[in-house]
Design a protein. Structure first.
Length: 306
C-alpha cells in the first residue's frame, strides 16, 4: 500500500502531461521507491484525452481515470481523485501542466510523517524568461518552450529547471516568505482532506477560479494544520493556454474579477488571501534555487540549506 497518493488533473494536455508524468516517476524522482507512492492521473473531461496505456507505462504505480464532466472547473475531479487514493496522505497538482523537481516527492514524504496535522507545500515557477502572460507578448509559445527545455538536460538534472524559469506571482517573494496564497503542490492526510469537505464544487469558473486559494485557507484554519514549505523544490508551469497563466497581462484583471466575484458569492467575504500560521521550512537549497531566496520572514530554526 503506498504512503502517498498524488492526484494530477489534466484537461487537453497531451503535450504537457508527458513531461509532468515523467517528472513524477522513479527514474526522475530521487530517494523513493514506486511502492512509496502512487500517481493518479485524472483526465477532466478532455476532448483530446490522454492515452491510458501511455500513462501506465511510467510505472506500475501510475493509474489513469477519465472523469466525464462538462465542467470547466477541476474541483470535482480533484475530489474524485482523492476518493480513489490508497495512501494515508494525498498530494494534489490541480494544473497538470506543472513539472516537478527531483526531490519533491521524497521531501514531501519526509515532512508528512513529522507532524500530526501537516500541510506541505512548495513554491511555483513559470517556464520561460518572464511570467508567461508577459513572455507570450514577446513571442513565447509552446514551440519556444520546447526549444528552451531541449537546451537543458532536465531529465538528468531537474534542478536545471530553475535556470530557465521565472518565479510565479503566487510565490513572488521567494523562499522564507511563508505559505503562498495559492499552492500548486500541496500534501496532507487524506482523512483531513475529507474532513473539511475537499475542494468546494461551487467554484465553477474556468480552471476553478480561486478554488485552490479557498482550499488552502480552509486547510490552514479549520484543521489548525502545521504548514511546511519545502526548500529547493517546486513545480514549473508549462505554456498550454491556461485561463489565468497564459492570457495577456492586460486581460488578467477582468479574469481575476470574475474569480473574485465568484469567491465573494460563495464565501460572503473578500478576504481571499488569508493569513497563514508561521511556516516550518524543510529541505536544502541547491545553488540553482538560491536566487529565489526571500527575505521577508525569519526562517524557523528547523530549516537548513546548503
Amino acid at each position: 500500500m503506498p504512503i502517498l497518493s498524488i492526484i494530477v488533473i489534466f484537461h487537453n494536455m497531451q503535450r504537457e502531461a508527458r513531461r509532468t508524468l515523467y517528472s513524477l516517476n522513479t527514474i526522475y524522482q530521487t530517494n523513493v521507491k514506486g511502492s512509496d507512492f502512487e500517481v493518479i492521473a485524472i483526465d477532466n473531461g478532455s476532448t483530446k484525452p490522454l492515452n491510458s496505456d501511455e500513462v501506465r507505462a511510467y510505472g506500475p504505480n501510475f493509474r489513469y481515470h477519465f472523469f466525464a464532466t462538462n465542467s470547466v472547473s477541476p474541483a470535482e475531479a480533484v475530489n474524485a481523485g482523492v476518493s480513489m487514493a490508497q495512501g494515508k496522505y494525498v498530494a494534489v497538482i490541480v494544473d497538470g501542466a506543472r513539472m516537478t523537481t527531483p526531490g519533491l516527492v521524497c521531501n514531501t514524504l519526509k515532512t508528512l510523517q513529522l507532524f500530526p496535522e501537516p500541510f506541505v507545500c512548495s513554491l511555483s515557477w513559470h517556464l520561460g524568461p518572464d511570467i508567461q502572460g508577459m513572455a507570450m507578448q514577446a513571442g513565447y509559445d509552446q514551440t519556444e518552450e520546447d526549444r528552451l527545455l531541449a537546451s537543458i538536460n532536465w531529465r538528468e538534472d531537474g534542478y536545471k529547471l530553475f535556470d530557465i524559469s521565472t518565479i510565479a506571482p503566487s510565490s513572488k517573494k521567494g523562499f522564507f516568505d511563508g505559505v503562498p496564497p495559492e499552492c500548486s503542490w500541496f500534501a496532507m492526510k487524506k482523512t483531513s482532506f475529507l474532513q473539511i469537505g475537499g475542494f468546494e464544487k461551487r467554484f465553477q469558473s474556468p480552471g476553478g477560479g480561486f478554488v485552490n486559494h479557498d482550499f488552502r485557507n480552509r486547510a490552514l484554519s479549520d484543521l489548525e494544520s502545521q504548514p511546511i514549505v519545502l526548500l529547493g523544490e517546486g513545480v514549473f508551469h508549462q505554456f498550454h493556454g491556461g485561463v489565468a497563466t497564459n492570457i495577456k497581462t492586460q486581460e488578467l484583471p477582468n479574469t481575476l474579477k470574475v474569480f473574485r466575484d465568484e469567491y465573494i458569492t460563495i464565501r460572503k467575504h473578500k478576504n481571499i488571501h488569508q493569513h497563514a500560521p508561521p511556516a516550518i521550512y524543510f529541505g536544502m537549497l541547491p545553488k540553482k534555487a538560491r536566487r529565489f531566496i526571500g527575505t521577508n520572514e525569519e526562517p524557523n530554526t528547523g530549516s537548513h540549506s546548503r
